[in-house]
Design a protein around this ligand. Structure first.
Ligand code: BES
Ligand code: MN
Ligand code: ZN
Length: 506
């Protein structure tokens, strides 16, 4: 991965392949952002005018390359758009952290192949340092494991040096450490999501968790298909029984000796979702290797919590199965006996995520954590409702849902609160079993949420993040988000763990 360093050098004097500056949209054209004063001086104070001539406006996503004038050590200046100039009448008049994170990501992508770039973006706080660091490390991500002929022989940006930060400042140093940890873990999850399903199956996913657990002092327990049968995990088994690659339930336990609170994260880990006997039509299954993105997010978040040494206990549950059609597969009409004891009539084998999650939620509930958050690429309906960049948040506790929405907002992950209307429950009434795995088509994302709610232990605070939209980017890269796996929801989970550790959460 790209190295991240801090430097006290000036933007004009640092030896690098490029110096990155920020440009914002002002009322009368582009405005050069704070941090780039020395660079602007080398342009005779005319950098904004030069950029305007080149068509730059300061809009988000813009990257404008300008050959450096005499007086700069770096041969290239890269101006990245920050969006509108912040309102200076507000408290601080700072750029939003997410604007910095995205601009740094755009810069890292534009400088792929360069050895070293100096980032002279506007830095005011330690949070800004973290955001720029994360953006640079996330933006330089590339998934090359399956390229026999490298598409980019030069590889990603080698080193990002942040200027304007204070290398001796405790808060700034910690911000760099957090950025590196969070970005490495997001990139770990992206790798897992991008790994094709003939390589990543429940057993190999579990093995990756076991290996990471050893490395980072996390206890990892893996239930294989025999243990799942013995334990009565009818949901996970029912989904996995059609595949040659049997299912797994992985438990990752990170504990801190002084922890006062405990969190459980539960992830949907369908390593491939063909739909099963209710087979998905062509056009709907090509990207279904992404259906384990929830489990990858949970895995990454637990490892991040451990690496950061957060003073909170975090348990991750990865519900891993491959949903395939075969002579042994669950049929529409079958009834599963779930871990909780409830029975489920499977009306559509493509509504498999809720079945594996139901068992994992019931199991996680036995330990009565202070809160459970599940993460899942659960429904196409949520994508229709919120689009490709925003995840939905449902909860049995309105205050907790609001908290998660605010946390996601703070870390730059678009999300929106969704309701769990009780009138949708009757659509899942089954004449044969306690509940069916499908209900009304309208509000399908909420129906799925209502189903999950029934498997959460009595009195436990729980929230469900449906990341079906933002987990996998089928369009072109933007900001710090690449094509393919994105690492959605990880920053939200890590921040929730941090706030819980600090006792800043209800
Ligand atoms: N994995 C899919 C949901 C999905 C859709 C994820 C698009 C990412 C992108 C899930 O298992 C599924 O198939 N859901 C069905 C549920 C329906 C059968 C009740 C859906 O949303 O159509
Ligand atoms: Mn499905
Ligand atoms: Zn699925």
């Amino acid at each position: 991965m790209t190295a991240l360093t801090l430097s006290t050098a000036g933007a004009a004097t640092l030896r690098a392949d490029a110096v990155v500056v920020g440009v914002a949209q002002g009322a009368k054209g582009p405005v050069v952002a704070q941090g780039a004063e020395a660079v602007d001086k080398a342009f005779g104070g005319k950098l904004a005018a030069v950029l305007e001539t080149l068509g730059a406006t300061g809009g988000e996503g813009e990257a404008t390359k300008v050959p450096a004038p005499a007086g700069l050590k770096a041969p290239l200046v890269l101006a990245v758009g920050l969006g509108a100039v912040p309102d200076t009448t507000d408290a601080e008049g700072e750029y939003a952290e997410e604007a910095l994170r995205r601009a740094a990501g755009v810069a890292a992508r534009a400088l792929a192949g360069a050895k070293k770039a100096a980032f002279a973006l506007p830095v005011t706080t330690a949070e800004d340092v973290q955001a720029i660091g994360e953006g640079a490390l996330l933006g330089s991500y590339a998934f090359t494991a399956f390229q026999a002929v490298p598409k980019n022989a030069k590889g990603p940006l080698g080193e990002a040096t942040l200027l304007g930060a204070k290398p001796r400042d405790k808060a700034h140093k910690a911000a760099v450490e957090r950025a590196v940890t969070v970005a490495e873990e997001i990139n770990r999850a992206r790798d897992l999501v991008n790994t094709p399903p003939n390589e990543l199956n429940p057993a190999s996913f579990a093995a990756a968790a076991t290996a990471a657990g050893k490395q980072h002092g996390i206890k990892v327990q893996v239930l294989d298909e025999k243990a799942l049968a013995k334990g009565g995990y009818g949901g996970i088994l029912g989904v996995g029984v059609g595949s040659e690659a049997p299912p797994r339930l992985v438990k990752l336990s990170y504990t801190h000796s002084k922890a006062e609170k405990s969190l459980a994260f539960v992830g949907k880990g369908i390593t491939y979702d063909s739909g099963g006997i209710s087979l998905k039509p062509a056009g709907h299954n090509e990207t279904m290797k992404c259906d384990m993105a929830g489990a990858a997010a949970v895995f990454a978040a637990v490892v991040a919590a451990a690496r950061l040494g957060l003073q909170v206990n975090v348990t991750g549950w990865l519900a891993l199965a491959e949903n395939m059609p075969s002579g042994s597969a669950t049929r529409p009409g079958d009834v599963l006996r779930m871990y909780s004891g409830k029975t489920v009539e499977v009306l559509n084998t493509d509504a498999e995520g809720r079945l594996v999650l139901a068992d994992a939620l019931a199991k996680a509930s036995e330990e009565t954590p202070d809160a459970i958050v599940d993460v899942a690429t659960l429904t196409g309906a949520m994508v229709l409702a919120l689009g490709n960049r925003t995840f939905g948040i449902m909860s049995n506790d309105d205050a907790f849902r609001t908290e998660l929405h605010e946390i996601a907002d703070e870390v730059g992950e678009p999300s929106w609160p969704m309701p769990l209307p009780t009138d949708l429950r009757k659509g899942m009434d089954s004449p044969t079993a306690d509940i069916a795995n499908m209900g009304e088509r309208m509000g399908g994302g909420l129906v799925a949420g209502l189903f999950l709610k029934e498997f959460v232990g009595e009195g436990i605070t729980w929230a469900h993040l449906d990341i079906a939209g933002p987990a996998f980017n089928e369009a072109g890269p933007f900001g710090y988000t690449p094509k393919g796996g994105t690492g959605s929801a990880i920053r939200t989970l890590v921040r929730l763990a941090e706030l819980t550790a600090d006792g800043d959460l209800g």
